[in-house]
Unconditional design. Structure first.
Length: 296
């Protein structure tokens, strides 16, 4: 694989994705596995990486990695840069390896002192978005189990806020009495109504949640409508909590699929038209920024 100059790696809790990159930034190989940080012991990271890229490299090759691989439970702890700070810090952590072909560097996360908050992996997506959208100032929304709202200006992270909306949805729909009421489909009107109620009266969300159960028992509410309303209530409550971030700002959503679409729709209900950016493309762009910084 003579064309491969370096390896980009997005290594999260559940998955590992790698790209074989030319010096000019072209992807010539891709691979992925389910060997995320959460399933690996300390001595298993190097073999997991080599399982994917071992046949791609025949000489010492730089691997630039982001994500939970740099957490305290990961291959090597990459630490945190503190806000306000450049999106990609230059103090990359270097992982020790047995295979002489590997030169592994991990991107630090970002922390915030007050209110206390951390991110790991999202900083790379932010860097990628800014690389593809030069001189962009505003707020990035990165939906997921732990959604991030990030204020960026002059290529720095000024502040950010994390909300566990996705994890709350999973816990409520799967591990509370509402598991008997939630379906697998969707109802657009119920989602919109949920967003509006969650946004206008976030203090009543706990009461609205139990009413989903009661509506099913007393009024035969469709389980699909209950699912959509639950999602709407939680997203609406999140928008109420993050209003100081997105109100009057340029907003971009980094992510694909239905979850990103739900956030875009909820913001549009508040009169905010958010830019959309594909997460994979943005992540790879951010890893490329980090690799260039390493080589400077």
């Amino acid at each position: 694989m003579r064309d491969i100059a370096w390896i980009a790696a997005d290594w999260g809790t559940t998955n590992l994705r790698v790209w074989g990159m030319t010096q000019s930034g072209t992807v010539v190989q891709t691979a992925h596995s389910d060997k995320g940080m959460g399933s690996l012991t300390q001595d298993a990271f190097e073999p997991a990486l080599l399982d994917l890229i071992g046949e791609w490299i025949d000489a010492k090759t730089t691997v630039m990695a982001c994500g939970m691989v740099g957490s305290r439970q990961g291959w090597v702890e990459a630490g945190y840069a503190k806000t306000p700070c450049p999106v990609i810090a230059d103090n990359f952590a270097r992982a020790s390896t047995h295979d002489p072909r590997l030169d592994v560097h991990i991107i630090p996360g970002i922390s915030q002192t007050s209110p206390a908050d951390v991110m790991r992996g999202e900083e790379t997506q932010i860097a990628g978005f800014l690389a593809l959208n030069p001189n962009w100032d505003g707020v990035l929304c990165l939906p997921g189990s732990h959604t991030k709202w990030v204020h960026v200006s002059a290529n720095e992270v000024i502040s950010f806020q994390t909300l566990m909306t996705g994890e709350l949805y999973a816990a409520i729909s799967g591990h509370t009495v509402l598991r008997h009421s939630i379906g697998a489909g969707w109802n657009e009107d119920s989602f919109v109504a949920g967003v509006q109620d969650g946004m206008s009266r976030p203090e009543r969300i706990a009461a609205h949640l139990f009413s989903l159960r009661a509506e099913g028992l007393l009024n035969d509410q469709c389980p699909d409508a209950a699912r959509a309303r639950l999602s709407g209530l939680l997203v609406g409550g999140e928008l109420a909590a993050t209003k100081p971030y997105w109100l009057g700002q340029n907003v971009a959503i980094v992510g694909e699929g239905q979850l990103a679409s739900y956030y875009a729709q909820a913001l549009e209900l508040q009169g905010v038209r958010a830019t959309r950016a594909a997460a994979d493309r943005i992540t790879l762009a951010g890893l490329t920024v980090a690799y260039a910084a390493l080589k400077e």
